[in-house]
Design a protein around this ligand. Structure first.
Ligand code: SAM
Length: 388
């Protein structure tokens, strides 16, 4: 099979771990770019990565790259692309564009020109042409134009891959599934000790953790991908790929989730139930101050309220009590906390042993590690005592 060029898109801050994940899945020549990784592989790799990648938001397949100097040259080059191999003449398409330093004034203009080129090719061949459907197209095209070079991609994922398909209940301030999986990977948790989220909301971090531990593919619960609507969809290969998934059921660790809100906890219960993970994830309605690990060591990964979408009267005092609880109840554990509120993070009052910058949507966040040693710290280790 020929080697094709692909781009996996992700969040700012997750590029390096995405590259490692893609290499493990068989990608070659991986190169980190802004919010993504470029790689090569045979066409079937596109299915594998859509199904298995936990850290990709979408996978783009490069179908044409060309240089142009004028609108006419651009139009002609796009018209030369055999879109009829992927799209029915009476099907639907959408085209998005991102521009950097080009002859076009707006992305809309570039997309319209490309749409005309594709539709004119169909009309000349068959008298019929596809129509535009931005919401639910059969084929999504994406154009990347940099100066005088354009790259045309087909978006193989369709809906963003963070939509895993296990969520039937949606929290007001959920963490994105790709971000949650990224946080778990960055935390260094190796699925060898319990994972706790004592502000679990709809259960995203715990479900992603359980999927990692049980080797459940990221796309296991999802039944729709962009490539399924392409004319070249290889259903037999796709079915074979899904059947080959090697899911475990013998993990000895547990996942514990708590939330003070009955409403949010019920969302977690519904999502965990829908994902078939009730045997692994234990959920209880509880104020975090009343929680403690069942056994140690354990990892705690938290996405507390930032005071943006969920309001907390005194955010600093709230974070201070997170620090208190970790120190008093979670000795022997490693905790990771993500938040966009730096003052609040300082109020935790524990010494972070690592800080990573991540973007949760538009919000710049810090993801910080705190080690709660059992008894006295060893020489050379960071102090986990109060710093304020
Ligand atoms: C940002 S949300 C977490 C969202 C979650 N990561 C998800 O993906 O759905 C923070 C959660 O903290 C919970 N919370 C607030 N105060 C709490 C407390 N004292 N004890 C336990 N949970 C609390 C809220 O009810 C909310 O569900």
């Amino acid at each position: 099979m020929n080697k094709e060029n692909f781009v996996a898109k992700t969040f700012d801050g997750l590029e390096d771990i995405l590259r490692t994940e893609l290499e493990e899945l068989g990608a070659e020549n991986c190169e980190v770019i802004s919010r993504g990784v470029q790689f090569k592989g045979d066409f079937n790799l596109l299915y594998t990565i859509n199904y298995y990648s936990r850290l990709s938001l979408r996978i783009l397949w490069e179908v044409k790259r060309f240089k142009f100097r004028s609108n006419e040259e651009f139009y002609k080059a796009i018209k030369g692309f055999p879109a009829e191999n992927y799209l029915r003449k009476n099907g639907n398409l959408s085209i998005s564009a991102s521009l950097h330093n080009t002859i076009f004034n707006t992305p809309l203009f570039a997309s319209l020109l490309a749409k005309d080129a594709i539709c004119d090719r169909f009309r000349e061949q068959s008298g019929e042409r596809p129509s535009v459907d931005k919401e639910n197209p059969d084929v999504r095209f994406h154009l990347h134009v940099y100066q005088h070079e354009a790259t045309l991609f087909l978006d193989s994922s369709g809906e963003s891959l963070h939509k895993r398909g296990y969520k039937i209940a949606n929290h007001t301030a959920p963490i994105n599934e790709v971000m949650a999986a990224g946080m778990i990977k960055l935390s260094g948790w190796k699925a060898d000790c319990d994972l706790i989220d004592f502000m679990c909301g709809s259960g995203t971090i715990l479900i992603e953790g359980a999927m990692i531990a049980l080797n459940i593919p990221a796309g296991f619960y999802r039944d729709r991908y962009g490539f399924m609507r392409w004319l070249n969809f290889d259903k037999a290969y796709w079915e074979q790929l899904k059947e080959a998934a090697d899911i475990r059921n013998d993990v000895l660790i547990n996942f514990y989730g708590f939330d003070i809100s009955a409403r949010y906890l019920h969302m977690a219960i519904d999502n965990v139930d829908h994902a078939g993970l009730c045997d692994f994830i234990r959920l209880k309605k509880r104020d975090f101050e009343e929680t403690s690990p069942v056994r140690t060591p354990a990892f705690v990964i938290l996405n507390p309220p930032y005071g943006e979408r969920l309001s907390i009267p005194d955010l600093n005092a709230f974070y201070h009590s997170i620090g208190d609880t970790l120190k008093k109840k979670y000795a022997g554990c490693t905790a990771w906390i993500i938040s966009s509120d730096l003052d609040a993070l300082k109020s935790i009052g524990l010494h972070p042993t690592r800080k990573i910058t991540l973007f949760n949507g538009q919000l710049e966040c810090k993801f910080m590690r705190f080690e709660m040693y059992q008894g006295r710290k060893h020489e050379g280790e960071n102090d986990n005592g109060r710093t304020t």
